[in-house]
Design a protein around this ligand. Structure first.
Ligand SMILES: Cc1cc2nc3c(=O)[nH]c(=O)nc-3n(C[C@H](O)[C@H](O)[C@H](O)COP(=O)(O)OP(=O)(O)OC[C@H]3O[C@@H](n4cnc5c(N)ncnc54)[C@H](O)[C@@H]3O)c2cc1C
Length: 368
């Protein structure tokens, strides 16, 4: 075999999103050699902008938050929401020890996290997609589609950080428990007047008959208008999604006014945002982190923070495993199941605050 196309590490991390990169940074700091495998080159748009104050503190802990980093993203001081009633309620971050959240410009954020991982000595294979996984004795053998052709990575331990698709867990025949069919339709809009400061130092949420809306302003002035609904309540195809986005915007109380300050969208991005949890988030010589282990409704604004934190926790679990603690993986799996159960309770309580559309399928599905 060509040695340029084959390499080995103690740990292979599949997926270079927030969870995978946090895992590699934390592993490197524990002197555990790891390699990250990322299908993209970070050039494509990514969804998920808002980081709560708790998430900012995790970035500070990782050492990513400095003036250079903060200057690329827009600080955010709270959330205004029309939820459960027609009027807007405001919740300020000023009462949090950190004082602010942030609206991230992605993929710049992921690139900076990858740069931090590289400074810690992590090798990141970009544009490299995991194709197959197999075991040879005590070793994992991963086969990748890489820019140089087929590439092989060998590792003693495998971390699945591949997001909602959980490609490693699926290869181990693990199943997910899905809790809904939520999708997000996102439009990144240019401001009509780029010099206007506009509406944007807080996040805006608005519930509507078919789901809800979220608006965040980015550092470059663009606004993200995201409509969340269920997959079966969306007109099919790209054009259908754009039409759904436009029609539903017209029916909002607050969002259409905010959108008036922006150019209309020519296209939208549709992504699955369904909540799921793996039936087992860890097994023999592998575990899953971030959205691969469990994914939350974007309403929680916790996806990125959860991903970063789970990567840091996972690095400790891997260390314990290498030190011979045979219970570490089972403990990790148990904690993931507990966290998901507690998330489901919080999600139900939040959705059940909204009772204005009792006949809407979106809200009926969330009413108990
Ligand atoms: C519509 C929407 C809005 C959201 N809004 C927010 C928000 O405002 N705030 C928030 O905190 N969270 C939000 N989230 C959630 C957030 O985006 C995710 O929770 C977060 O990105 C999870 O990070 P991750 O690293 O686990 O997974 P991901 O970010 O999905 O990263 C997984 C990585 O794995 C790579 N990968 C996948 N398959 C392979 C393969 N076969 N080989 C190699 N690499 C592979 C992918 O390219 C990707 O880079 C939102 C999600 C959606 C869908």
């Amino acid at each position: 075999m060509d040695s340029h196309n084959s390499e080995a590490a103690q740990v292979a991390v599949v997926g270079g999103g927030p969870a995978g990169l946090a895992t590699t940074i934390a592993l490197a700091r524990l002197q555990i050699g790891c390699i990250a495998i990322e299908a993209s080159d970070y050039a494509q748009p990514r969804l998920g902008e808002h980081l709560t104050p708790e998430g900012v503190m995790v970035l500070q802990g990782l050492g990513l938050w400095n003036d250079g980093f903060a200057g690329k993203h827009r600080l955010c001081y709270g959330v205004r929401s029309a939820w459960g009633e027609d009027s807007i309620a405001q919740s300020d971050y000023i009462f949090h020890p950190c004082g602010h959240g942030v609206n991230l410009s992605r993929p710049a954020f992921d690139c900076d996290l990858a740069a931090l991982a590289r400074r810690e000595g992590v090798e990141i294979l970009l544009s490299s997609q995991l194709k197959t996984v197999r075991r040879e004795g005590e070793e994992w053998v991963l086969s990748l589609d890489a820019p140089t052709g087929r590439r092989t990575v060998r590792a003693a331990f495998l971390v699945d950080a591949s997001g909602r698709n959980a490609v490693v867990a699926r290869s181990q025949e693990q199943k997910s428990r899905y809790r809904d069919r939520l999708v997000g339709i996102a439009a990144f809009l240019q401001p009509r007047n780029p010099s206007s400061e506009g509406n944007g130092e807080t996040l805006l949420l608005e519930a509507c008959e078919w789901g809800w809306w979220y608006f965040a302003r980015l550092q470059d002035g663009r606004g993200v208008f995201l409509h969340m609904t269920d997959a079966d309540l969306l007109a099919p195809g790209k054009e259908g999604a754009l039409k759904t986005w436009r029609d539903r915007l017209e029916a909002t109380r607050y969002f259409r006014e905010v959108a008036d300050s922006y150019e209309p969208p020519e296209t939208v991005i549709v992504r699955s945002a369904r909540s799921h949890c793996l039936e087992r988030a860890a097994g023999e010589q592998w575990l899953a982190v971030g959205d691969a282990a469990m994914s939350f409704d974007p309403l929680s604004s916790m996806g990125i923070t959860k991903g970063l934190k789970s990567g840091i926790v996972a690095s400790q679990i891997v260390l314990r495993y290498f030190q011979g603690d045979t219970s570490a993986l089972e403990t990790y799996n148990h904690d993931i199941q507990q966290q998901f159960a507690s998330y489901l309770e919080q999600r139900a309580a939040y959705y059940q605050m909204e009772r204005r559309w009792p006949t809407s399928p979106f809200w009926q599905r969330r009413s108990s």
